[in-house]
Design a protein around this ligand. Sequence first.
Ligand SMILES: *Cc1c(COP(=O)(O)O)cnc(C)c1O
Length: 388
Amino acid sequence: MGLTTRAPVQASRFRTSTEEYMATVADRVFNFSAGPAVLPVAVLERAREELLSLPGVGMSVLEISHRSPAFDAILERTLADLKALLGVGADHEIVLLQGGASLQFSMVPMNLLPGQPGAGNYILTGTWGKGGLKEAQRVGAAHVAWDGGATNYDRLPNADEIALSDNPAYVHITSNETIQGVQWPRLPDVGQAPLVCDSSSDFLSTPVDISRYGLLYACAQKNAGIAGVTVVVIRKDLLERSPDSLPAMLDYRTFVSKGSRPNTPPVFAVYVLGLVCDWLLREVGGLEAVARQSAAKAALLYETLDASDGFYQGHAQPQCRSAMNVTFRLPSPELDQAFIAEAATQGLSDLKGHRSVGGIRASVYNAMPVEGVQALREFMNDFRNARG
Ligand SMILES: *Cc1c(COP(=O)(O)O)cnc(C)c1O
């Protein structure tokens, strides 16, 4: 009997208690990067522990065949855990792909647009939505149903501002605009049109009603793991739209029929995604629990902005503030710079905002411990007292 036929990777084996975490964190900074981003220490430790030898396998996940029983087990469990977390039912398929969210900007119109009477509609609430629109325009008819550019993407449209074209092939939104820090608190009403959502930066941060989506996609390196793997959930009837002329690797049907394994998948990225799902389900207690934590963490920072007498100015309007990416600026670019530099000396890292918005961006994904947010809040208050 070969080694690879032994018991598959065991179920949850996270070891890090809060005390162990605080000891570990002594030489880890609090990383507020927008992505690739902080991972749960428990996940990193388990990956480290299993790196030389997967339990029962005797080889590293970096070295095993993607057709081995050990990887079968990893892939199967990752997909099952994702389905459980998201509540994916019989009407949808879930597949893992490569190429990041950016490839989905192209694959969505290539698969969903040909042969449809209406255009792909885009509701633009920030930079990433514009990226999706640009790729759709290369493929076929694309229509801008709303564009928040007039106020530099600081708000969402009211229902009566969304102007869909006739018979939209689909309506694309970005559930959380990572750069502007603008998040939809609830999905817009798009009538009969399939809703397509780029959920890259709030994926697995809050419960979703999958029945409302035609297609939902997310790269993993913001809130769900590391770069290299992208999750796509697609309603089964939409698979019938893909034209037979598509290259196989750009056709969703290839990934469905081959169980996400038409060629070598990014095995390590899938493995880490699996660990994150395991951690969310069995350590954190699911998406309701993690959403409560996220809301509490974000509130700590937004309260600090609101209580700063205008020293810290939030970018996003209050009704659409992101629970994942908190964007704000200080009274001058010089103070922004000083804030970022001083914060870094205190172990608060990667707070620089994106150049298109400026200021500060604090990304507080699932894996950011509340201690990190509290430390940032204290720093914000100290900085304002010193410089305000
Ligand atoms: C990061 C991000 C992307 C781009 O992801 P890649 O995997 O780098 O292509 C797209 N959309 C959103 C909302 C993102 O946050």
